[in-house]
Design a protein around this ligand. Structure first.
Ligand code: SF4
Length: 435
């Protein structure tokens, strides 16, 4: 039996116990269903265990040498490559990806830029209070899920932050108030008790809710009698009372809040509301926790900041980092790339068709461990070990805490880790040869 950390999602639970015969994990104790599925990926039907290249329109299994030759040929013929993904790989692999991007004059970005990274960029201007899981467990008395459904996406998050007892209190769930703001009644509503506050907001009306709360912060009694965005006036007042009266409150933000809108900036307005509430707070503070899904979505910014001095996307020209206003979306929208290296993600399924169709038209090198829509259109598929099971390394938990992942099993066919593969590509290009 061995204690390990789960890489099934960004909570990186470090309390799993596993039993292994050296070839497979035979027993997993303490994981949620999603965590167990992560272990099932080792022998899943869609696992890729051989490199492949496209020949006469079809992907064919080939030897590593041929696949790497093809990959380096695509890279050498590309003057403006796009590197994307990197939130399902370790920090070491992220750094190797950045080094490769520098070498080949590419633009590199992670899934975080279209997810929680947006908050961090805005927060640079406005400031932000982030908190940790441990803080919420030990001191939290108010938890607000805003557009977040952890019961299904980060299954053990509520077990930890809502139901556990803190170190400094004899009480746990009974003193924690849960507020959920969502347009639909998600699975997370099922854990609500009588003291909690379920708020079903009308679709795309979060902005009205934020603005009225900001107004109410400045002049009391500005909430109209019929309520706002489908939420009752009394419930809004209760929410504001909780926000201004909590000792240690946290707003856990999910995907629902960060969808872009042409007429307003929801993220910015929400951060402003948070600032106003914290100015009114007499005994405590309200912090944020950003809910990214992939296990190392937070790591990319840390690695970029420590290796290149800026977080978020990076662009390189002639081996130097250059200042860029480009984003992943603008790069693709404007067709400002001529090949892509996709690592551990599936943009063909996840991005809107207007963007994914543009990616599909250019040569794509995919580095991943299982087949996806992206692998079906790739020119080259380079399979790797599964991080946190077949390879180790560092990852950042959703609350920005670094956690070490360990290798438990040998990968099939001795597959390289993402880091090893990216370094191998770098070396081949560095040597100016592809054998
Ligand atoms: S919550 Fe996430 S990290 Fe924890 S066991 Fe489930 S999948 Fe693994």
């Amino acid at each position: 039996m061995k204690r390990i950390t789960c890489s099934g999602c960004s909570l990186l639970c470090d309390d799993l116990i596993i039993k292994s015969d050296g070839l497979f994990v035979t027993e997993v104790i303490g994981a949620c269903l999603k965590g167990k599925e992560r272990f099932d990926q080792v022998s899943a039907q869609n696992r890729i265990t051989h490199p492949m290249i496209r020949k006469e329109g079809e992907l064919k299994e080939v030897k590593w040498e041929e696949a790497l030759n093809k990959a380096t040929e695509i890279i050498k013929n590309s003057s403006n490559p796009l590197l994307y993904g990197f939130s399902n790989v370790t920090c070491e692999a992220q750094e190797a990806g950045m080094k490769l991007a520098q070498k080949i004059g590419g633009f590199i970005d992670s899934n975080a830029s279209i997810c929680q990274g947006k908050f961090l960029n805005k927060a640079k201007k406005l400031g932000i209070n982030l908190t940790t899981i441990t803080e919420i467990i030990n001191k939290g008395d108010l938890i607000i899920l805003w557009g977040a459904n952890p019961a299904e996406t980060i299954p053990r998050l509520l077990n930890k932050v809502l139901f556990s007892r803190g170190k400094f209190r004899m009480t746990g769930r009974e003193i924690k108030t849960l507020i959920i703001i969502d347009p639909i009644k998600t699975a997370s509503f099922n854990v609500m008790g009588v003291r909690d506050l379920p708020l079903i907001v009308e679709p795309n009306k979060d902005i009205d809710l934020i603005r009225i709360l900001k107004e109410e912060c400045c002049s009391v009694d500005s909430i109209p009698s019929e309520g706002v965005a489908g939420i009752d006036k009394d419930d809004l007042k209760r929410m504001l009372l909780h926000l201004t009266g909590a000792e240690n409150g946290v707003i856990i933000l999910g995907q629902g809040v960060i969808q872009p809108h042409p007429d307003y900036d929801l993220v910015e307005e929400l951060l402003e509301l948070l600032q106003m509430i914290n100015e009114r707070q007499e005994k405590g503070r309200i912090s944020l926790l950003l809910m990214g899904g992939h296990f190392n979505m937070t790591g990319f910014d840390h690695v970029a900041l420590s290796a290149y001095g800026s977080s978020g996307s990076l662009e390189f020209k002639k081996n130097q980092k250059v200042k860029t206003e480009e984003t992943l979306v603008s790069k693709i929208e404007n067709d400002n790339f001529d090949s892509s290296i996709i690592v551990g993600t599936d943009p063909i399924s996840h991005l809107p068709h207007s963007l994914s169709s543009k990616i599909a038209k250019k040569p794509l090198i995919l580095i991943d461990n299982h087949s996806t829509a992206s692998s079906h259109i790739a020119e080259v598929v380079l399979p790797t070990a599964i991080s946190g099971i077949e390879s180790g390394g560092l990852a950042y938990r959703l609350d920005q805490i670094p956690i070490e992942l360990s290798k438990i099993l040998n990968p099939p066919n001795n597959l390289p880790s993402d880091e090893e593969l990216l370094n191998q590509l770098y070396e081949l290009l560095n040597q100016g040869r592809s054998e």
